[in-house]
Design a binder for this molecule. Structure first.
Ligand code: MN3
Length: 240
């Protein structure tokens, strides 16, 4: 480990700000190592994309990226804020008849906000590969990067309806796991920390890829920002 690597690792372990100020990918991750989803008042905020809307061409087309980020992710942020407000109103009124409705809505919207926030930072226009601790762990848990990627791609492509393929770190069992998530909130395993998430909702690909979800998932593997995934893994290890 060279000095730069040592300082970076030490900073992660102590929770200090480790990211260079020009790293747009890191700006979504705060000092505690989690994504910044709220303002100082606790309201959910919609962060700008960490790149230009045409940066991920041709793998992800500009129009899809723009609509996806502004309308679909943006809508989830608005929804989550409204759901919180409505839960407060229901509690203040004393009539809890709508409490389960707004709680379910919050689960859907906030999970969407969390996964989309991770998703944008998981992508970059440069080609990269898993390295360092992450690579070692992938090889230990899956045999090779190729094997893990094949599993992640397979599970992402075959999700029933709308959902996400997810590579996560599971601190309870101390290993990497690949999960299928339906919608934004179903089929998770408690405690799993998402490292790499693959959005396979039709809104993520239909303008360009039409019904070829598989082609979209394969294309996405060309723009995975493995440095971001590795950062997330190093941070997640603190929860072991
Ligand atoms: Mn989406």
């Amino acid at each position: 480990m060279d000095r730069k690597e040592f300082l970076k690792t030490s900073a992660i372990l102590t929770g200090a700000t480790i990211f260079p100020s020009n790293s747009v990918f890191a700006e979504n991750i705060n000092n505690n190592g989690i994504d910044k989803l709220t303002d100082e008042n606790g309201n959910f905020i919609h962060q700008p994309l960490p790149y230009n809307t045409d940066d991920l061409e041709p793998f992800m087309d500009e129009e899809t990226l723009l609509l996806h980020h502004s309308f679909h992710h943006g809508g989830a942020v608005k929804g989550a804020n409204k759901d919180i407000e409505m839960i407060k109103k229901v509690m203040d009124s004393g009539d809890l008849i709508m409490a389960d409705h707004w709680t379910k809505k919050l689960s859907f919207h906030l999970s969407s906000h969390i996964l989309h926030s991770i998703f944008w930072t998981n992508l970059a226009k440069k080609k990269s590969q898993p390295t360092g601790n992450l690579l070692k762990r992938i090889e230990k848990d899956f045999g090779s990067t190729n094997k893990m990627q094949r599993l992640l791609a397979k599970l992402s492509k075959s999700i029933e309806g709308s959902g996400w393929g997810i590579l996560a770190y599971q601190p309870y069992s101390d290993n990497l796991v690949v999960l299928q998530c339906e919608n934004h909130q179903k089929l998770t395993v408690w405690g799993a920390i998402p490292l790499l998430v693959i959005d396979v909702w039709e809104h993520a690909y239909y303008l360009k890829y039409k019904n070829k979800r598989g082609d979209f998932v394969d294309a996405l593997m060309n723009i995975v920002n493995w440095d971001n995934v590795a950062q997330r893994y190093d941070i997640a290890l603190r929860l072991k």
